[in-house]
Ligand binder design. Structure first.
Ligand SMILES: *Cc1c(COP(=O)(O)O)cnc(C)c1O
Ligand code: SF4
Length: 342
């Protein structure tokens, strides 16, 4: 197997870019494209939606005034290194800040990669796990990063076994792009590690385009589902990648067909150098409303915005209901309005 592409030179050698203007991008933001993803890119298509997600672009050097290094305010809610505790019942545990790919729109792009926050030391990981053990209100831990599935099955198992001892903790959730971008990593040992805590394990799979569901990716998802891991989805609504109803419908159907329940469709965050990916919230609302009439209720994601400044997520889909005082107007999927009670 060939190695991941991590430099401008390697991008040019692979025929994925002419490299013009990219040295400055590479100096600021990490680059990585796995062989699986490189094979999926149609280099002949200048608008290829896979290339757009992973191949760096000189447009990333443009930072707009509203963009910020910590767009969702992680750092303001971090009581100990590696923990983000924003909601009472759940915490993020960020053990690694490394990913197998670096998405050009990443909301944590200033924290991930070789110049990022690195990996927790053994002492820091001990302190993070102790924090979870000391806070009886924590019902769920969400392993994110970076991508926690870059850890070896042995290290994942070690973390899971330590979480097993925490009585009040019931749910362990992973957020990852690995099943899609490096599917062969998800082997039997890794699936077994996910079950090692005896807790209920959820895995949120990040994918943004239906073409990401290669035969290898589908096989990895099947190994997880067969292994007893509950799968939910996570996607980012991105200009030029999935900002049309047909693509979104095919993406959500692909999740459902592979036993992944659509969960969140994120409005893109205000990460630096990502304005070429952003669309308006009204445009997003129209796309999400159109999905309602198009595909199964099983395939509907919740459209969310992470409010800048650390205020958490809010649902931002267009409301179907208006009015009050016991008398409402409810809008159906074709745009027709109905009074309720009739
Ligand atoms: C997104 C997020 C969560 C998880 O939120 P859910 O709505 O439960 O998926 C938890 N903590 C932080 C800090 C988050 O940003
Ligand atoms: S995998 Fe997630 S954390 Fe890593 S670069 Fe992509 S969006 Fe960012």
């Amino acid at each position: 197997m060939s190695a991941a592409i991590k430099t401008v030179e390697a991008l040019v050698d692979a025929g994925l870019s002419d490299g013009v203007g990219l040295d400055a991008v590479a100096a600021r933001y990490a680059i990585a494209i796995t062989p699986d993803v490189a094979a999926l890119i149609d280099a002949a298509d200048p608008d290829d939606p896979i290339a757009r997600q992973f191949v760096p672009d000189a447009a990333e050097l443009v930072t707009t005034p509203e963009e910020r290094a910590d767009p969702i305010g992680d750092l303001s809610h971090s009581p100990v290194e590696g923990i983000v505790h924003r909601y009472p019942d759940r915490v993020l545990l960020k053990a690694v800040h490394v990913c197998p790919v670096y998405c050009r729109f990443c909301f944590r792009r200033e924290m991930v990669g070789p110049q990022g926050l690195g990996t927790l030391t053994a002492t820091e990981l001990d302190a993070a796990i102790a924090y979870i053990a000391d806070h009886a209100e924590i019902w769920e831990v969400i392993l994110t990063g970076g991508d926690p599935l870059v850890l070896s099955p042995r290290r994942l198992r070690d973390i899971m076994e330590r979480l097993a001892d925490i009585e009040h903790l019931k749910i362990v959730r992973f957020h990852t792009r690995v099943p899609v971008v490096e599917p062969d990593r998800v082997d039997g040992d890794m699936v077994a590690a996910f079950k090692a805590s005896g807790k209920t394990t959820y895995l949120a799979v990040h994918a943004n385009h239906p073409r990401e569901f290669t035969p290898q990716a589908k096989a990895a998802l099947a190994r997880l589902a067969d292994g007893g891991v509950v799968l939910v989805s996570q996607s980012v609504l991105l200009r030029g990648v999935n900002d049309d109803v047909d693509t979104l419908a095919d993406l959500m159907k692909a999740f459902v067909e592979n036993r992944v329940k659509p969960y969140y469709l994120h409005h893109p965050d205000l990460a630096p150098g990502t304005s070429h990916f952003r669309l308006g919230i009204e445009e997003g609302q129209q796309l999400v409303s159109a999905l309602r009439g198009r595909i199964s209720g099983l395939a509907q994601p919740t459209y969310v915005l992470d409010i800048p400044g650390g205020h958490g997520k809010a649902e931002i889909g267009a409301s179907a209901i208006s009015g009050g005082d016991g008398c409402f107007t409810v809008r159906d999927w074709q745009g027709g309005d109905h009074r309720y009670p009739p």
